[in-house]
Design a protein around this ligand. Structure first.
Ligand code: ZN
Length: 276
């Protein structure tokens, strides 16, 4: 009788352990996919919980060490691997949102940083009130480590730049989508026109929530064309991806302005800039 209840207890304990192992694994993978280093730091907080049996202390440990690593250590150590963070507080170049920065998705090679600052400054001098807004770039370390959901942001040489909008005929530094992605210049343009066999990836960004958060903004055609033209003058620029109808509309007839292909997400909500 006693043996049976001991067995039952052991079985219950085992299934509980399996549940927690799976829970930790999912969290580890999720945080690694989102921020590269978050998964490893999560394991540290699990260790703190094992030592203290306190959820509060392990959460506090995670937040403290994450802030310290992301805010101080990564910008310092990433430079040894040839990547630097894009500026967070710069008069002409800024992130679309804090999520990009907190999750370490704003790292590029020093040359890319220099070229973006220089281009943003030149455009701002001619267009008062302009700020270049960057979206996802790359993680701080490891060539080939993907920045999901992007296919190619894995070497410090790719960065997405948001389109520029106007409000009441004035240049705005706001974006209609809080992510910078998913609000298309021409929502009636369907992928099927260009990619009859396009998969679900092509229009996946429209499924994000809050893509029409600031809906009083209008696309600034003239300035977007000027931004692309100035970026084309950057050193070691390899290509710019934008949807073919915008290439035509903004008169960007240049061999480095290209269609990204049907395997990727659509590019009528941002420029994808790629350096050599
Ligand atoms: Zn991109």
């Amino acid at each position: 009788m006693r043996n049976r209840s001991l067995k039952k207890k052991r079985k219950h304990k085992n299934s509980k352990n399996h549940f927690w192992s799976l829970f930790h694994l999912i969290f580890f993978l999720l945080l690694t996919i989102i921020s590269q280093v978050g998964g490893v730091l999560y394991l540290f907080s699990v260790l703190v919980y094992r030592l203290t049996s306190s959820y509060k202390k392990s959460l506090l440990a995670f937040i403290t060490i994450y802030a310290l690593v992301s805010g101080v250590l990564l910008p310092w150590f990433s430079s040894y691997g040839g990547r630097v963070p894009l500026p967070v507080n710069h008069p002409y170049l800024k992130p679309a949102n804090w999520f990009t920065v907190i999750t370490n998705r704003h790292y590029v090679s020093p040359l890319v940083k220099q070229e973006l600052i220089s281009a943003a400054q030149d455009i701002a001098i001619e267009n008062k009130g302009y700020q270049m807004i960057y979206l996802d770039a790359n993680f701080p370390f490891i060539n080939g480590f993907p920045l999901i959901p992007h296919l190619s942001h894995d070497d410090g040489k790719k960065v997405d730049i948001a389109f520029t909008y106007s409000k009441d005929n004035q240049i705005s530094t706001k974006l209609p989508s809080i992510w910078g992605y998913g609000n298309y210049v021409n929502p009636d343009y369907t992928p099927k026109q260009v990619c009859p066999n396009a998969g679900t990836v092509y229009g996946i960004t429209e499924k994000l929530p809050f893509t029409n958060y600031y809906n009083e903004l209008n696309i600034n055609d003239k300035l977007n064309a000027a931004v692309a033209r100035r970026l084309l003058k950057a050193q070691r620029l390899e290509k710019i991806f934008v949807e073919p109808y915008l290439r035509k509309k903004w008169s960007l007839d240049h061999p480095l302005v290209r269609f990204q292909g049907c395997h990727s997400v659509r590019h009528d909500d941002h420029f994808h800039i790629q350096f050599r």
